[in-house]
Design a protein around this ligand. Sequence first.
Ligand code: HEM
Ligand code: HEM
Ligand SMILES: [Fe+2]
Length: 446
Amino acid sequence: MKYKSQKVAYWFFAFSLLLLFLQIIYGFIMGFDRIGLQGLHEIIPFNTARAVHTNLLVVWLLSGFMGAAYYIIPEEAQHELVSVKLAYVQLISLAVVAVTAIIGFHFNIWEGRKFLEIPRPLDYLVVVNVLLFLGLILLTLFKGKRKTTTALVLSMGLLFAALLYLPGMIPFDSQVLDSFFRWWVVHLWVEGVWELIMGGILSFLLIKLTGVDREVIEKWLYVIVGLTFLSGILGTGHHYYYIGVNKIWIIVGGIFSALEPLAFLAMALFAVNMYRKGEKKHPNKTALLWTIGSAIVSFIGAGLLGFAHTLPQTNIYTHGTLVTAMHGHLAFWGAYAMIVFAIISYALPNMTGRKFLDSNVGRMAFWISNIGMIGMTISFGVAGVAQVYMERIMKMEFMAVQKLISIHFVVLIILASLFTIGILLYMYEFIKHGTPTDEALETQEN
Ligand code: HEM
Ligand code: HEM
Ligand SMILES: [Fe+2]
């Protein structure tokens, strides 16, 4: 059974894809900068492009998560969203905050704190926006007929993500303290509470797409939540090795962060097993591809490539190099971008009534973007390893090394173009579905 208010999700998804498109443009600006083609340098220098690229990433993913929640919560709770009007107000205010922040970045109004560049005053608007979002979601859940594990894990993830934004707003004079608490946001998001959001969406999709019993699927979800908390919280220590805090973090961070891949492994096994077990397969093959794909690629990008530089003995060499960018791209892509693509692919035909459930374009979008992103990851990796060797072992000068590795960015741009073709195909199909209608939602069964 579907609910009319679920269609709010569509506009969050559309906004999300729009920002992804912009993010990619800034990615190319940086890629060209790296090979010496710096025509835009005066207007958009590398550091501005970088801040815009990563902040757009965070906002489009959050918009995707919000869309996912607006779609999933009414259905799980069996209750219409408490206010559709306020949900639109929330979307518009999110867009206003995002656009203001991004424009500000171009006028050098930003803070030099990677991923948290939004100036503190604007942060208060973010807080108001998120409170409104959470209010709507939690009230719907509270008033609903059912409180499923899937809905609770998803809402808990969103609630904790909001709370964890706060430590990043405390002003510090000390660089060490500032860095210490910045990781409460950045690390505890992607290696903690966002995993709950991912787990919740994954669980919802697997219930719908594989036909396996909810009880079985939700048992796995508990395992994932358990593993995430066990490893992710103290795993924060892998950012504290050499920043000026107590040396105990070298041991604690090393051990617990080395366990973090287990949560991603559990997610991959979970998805593949449920897929194998499922007898009643849903006709939406595109959504299934993105769902299983997300669980597997996140294990590679976050689990394996995260592990590759998490031990203190390795991290002392690789810290802050392109090895980090290698891991950052595939982890964000696999875990969070792909799960957003999965929920969009599932929800879209249900909301619009137009079905391209197993189209060639849909399948090509999946394969081309993934091959492109894996290729980009390899380019970053090769550049990163060369950088580490020349800069940190041969002790060559920083800029001299950057020049020598620029050839890898030619390769990166080619593969990024392939990736972009995949994304454009996905967007083409999104647009082809048209906009949501009440009739479509009312006639949907599954
Ligand atoms: C989906 C989950 C993940 C995402 C999206 C992600 C993304 C990122 C990003 C963007 C950075 C750079 C942060 C910054 O410098 O501000 C980073 C750093 C790092 N990540 Fe992950 N990560 C994930 C999971 C993991 C896991 C599971 C591990 C360990 C097993 C790991 C290990 C590391 C390490 C050691 C660094 C620090 C690199 C350095 O010192 O420069 N990550 N991650
Ligand atoms: C056409 C596509 C893209 C290109 C050409 C591109 C290129 C780049 C470049 C050149 C950097 C800066 C690396 C440096 O410091 O030198 C960067 C940073 C980053 N990009 Fe992309 N990117 C693209 C798409 C994406 C996508 C789709 C995602 C996420 C799913 C992403 C996530 C990131 C992250 C997390 C960072 C920061 C990494 C770090 O902290 O080290 N990018 N990107
Ligand atoms: Fe981390």
